[in-house]
Design a protein. Structure first.
Length: 279
């Protein structure tokens, strides 16, 4: 990376860390690993505070990884790249490209909306099989770790020079030139999003540890959905649409913004309208 006055040129010399031969761990993959590890340690602290056993924590980790990764991948393919179902089906689930010859690609093409759906489903399954409490109990707590993980994922997107921003003014102090793509100063939308998610995490973390909001079933889960997807709604204004034909998909909103609205509405419901059933 080189920095000049009022301008950053992002030109990493490598996509990852070489292990042996041509095989390397991409920085994007490392950010996913960091997200899950940080989440595990945070949930360990929360489970200890709640008097839950560590064996349930280990099961939570497995359910979370599978649910989030499968949901994120399917979400990307369904919402952004449905042609893969016909053109390269096995690449949907495996870290390889098969069309045009075998190529190791790592797990790329992961959608946050799909990850959210996958997390919710996997937590429902985890609660039913392992925890045996209210599914909202675990969702109110796991979203704190999820918000922290989202920060790492967007930093990984920055490393990959993907999900780039729209063209910025030449003298805009935060503009970044992604040299591997072009020489145009752009908004670093990935970093805007990561910065926003830091505040989402801090708010949820504070409310859990310093207030009694965790006892209001569904509130922290709902707040997570509202804050996270609101950040997405705003930042998408500065990012290039992932599908060119959907820059103004519905009512002037792109795909990411349209998909965020139902999550925000769902979050508001759990924050202000949801009433848990009495035992």
């Amino acid at each position: 990376m080189k920095m000049y006055f009022l301008q950053i040129i992002w030109d990493p010399t490598s996509e990852g860390i070489a292990l042996f031969g041509d095989f390397k761990i991409h920085y994007y993959s490392l950010m996913w690993m960091a997200a899950f590890i940080a989440g595990w340690y945070l949930m360990k602290k929360i489970y200890k505070n709640e008097g839950q056993t560590e064996d349930k924590l280990d099961s939570l980790f497995m359910y979370s990884v599978l649910g989030i990764m499968i949901g994120a991948r399917l979400g990307h393919v369904i919402f952004y790249q449905p042609e893969l179902f016909k053109e390269d089906f096995f690449s949907i689930f495996l870290p390889f490209r098969f069309s045009g010859g075998l190529e190791f690609t790592g797990f790329r093409g992961l959608a946050s909306h799909g990850a959210a759906i996958g997390m919710i489903f996997s937590m429902w399954l985890y609660n039913k099989k392992i925890l045996k409490k209210s599914v909202l109990w675990i969702l109110d707590r796991v979203v704190i770790a999820s918000a922290l993980g989202a920060v790492f994922i967007r930093i990984g997107n920055f490393f990959n020079s993907e999900m780039i921003g729209k063209v910025a003014e030449n003298d805009f102090p935060l503009a970044v030139i992604f040299k591997q793509l072009d020489t145009i100063p752009r908004h670093p939308g990935q970093l805007y999003e990561a910065f926003g998610y830091v505040f989402v995490f801090l708010i949820l973390f504070f409310l859990y540890w310093k207030t009694n909001k965790s006892s209001q079933t569904g509130f922290l889960f709902g707040l997570f959905l509202v804050l996270l997807m609101s950040v997405r709604l705003v930042v998408e204004q500065f990012k290039i649409a992932q599908i060119d034909s959907r820059e103004d998909w519905i009512f002037g909103l792109n795909t990411g913004q349209v998909l965020s609205i139902p999550f925000v509405l769902c979050g508001l419901y759990f924050m202000f309208l949801y009433k848990p059933k009495k035992a």
